[in-house]
Design a protein around this ligand. Sequence first.
Ligand code: NAD
Length: 248
Amino acid sequence: PAEFAGRTALVTGAASGIGLEVARRLAAAGASVVVADFNEAGARDVARELTESGGRAAAVKVDVTDPESVREAVESAVRTYGALHLAVNNAGIAGASAPTGEYAVEDWRRVIDTNLNGVFYSLRYELPHLIAAGGGAVVNMSSILGANGFAGSPAYSAAKHAVVGLTKTAAVEYASRGVRVNAVAPGFIDTPLLKGDAAQREQLVALHPQGRLGTAEEVAELTLFLLSDRASFVNGSYHLVDGGYAAR
Ligand code: NAD
């Protein structure tokens, strides 16, 4: 039988980039996938694609900066498929670029609200259902900037570091109830999140010893491993998929 048959997975930010590839692979591996995104039309398109390729999927609109919206999305997943076993808290934004001493307070709040508070709200409402299902696995999408600074991205780096702390704490708290919680830390990945011209892109490429950006598929590969029973003793840790970025 398919590896994730009988499991329900909620993926936030699943209408694009990394979340989309994670959703595709989960559906192909037999999971029932709840495609959750702020972009409602995009989420519906993805759910349709997954269904047409023979998978089980449903779309739900969620704004991860709104705890009530997150609660409703989680409840809708449980209503639709009966339980929740897997969660990928992946929705995120790049935010504005400016040095810390010039960073607009509104931009700071927006990035923290999405990339940090959004992960907390997701865990807050997912965990009781994961426990009720008898256990499960969570991946929180951090970043290489969850362990490094990056000029111009104070809010993003702070949020991604904080996601690691949240990941470790939840892992310690819920291990005895069969829930594993890990963080994935991608290097720069070629998705719509990356803006910038060709010169800026070359600067990012140069940060990776492998001499290229990563792909969403490569991040999805690690994410699926961490969600699977093959990772049954992998818990509370920060997992790089960065083409050697952190090794420099
Ligand atoms: P993306 O822009 O391709 O996809 C992000 C998705 O999240 C979009 O579909 C967007 O609609 C959704 N989203 C944004 N705000 C939301 C909100 N408030 N509520 C619900 N959905 C929302 O980006 P991506 O590159 O696939 O990024 C996915 C995750 O990976 C993010 O957390 C990002 O920080 C992280 N990440 C990306 C990179 C990279 O270089 N692309 C590197 C490291 C980490």
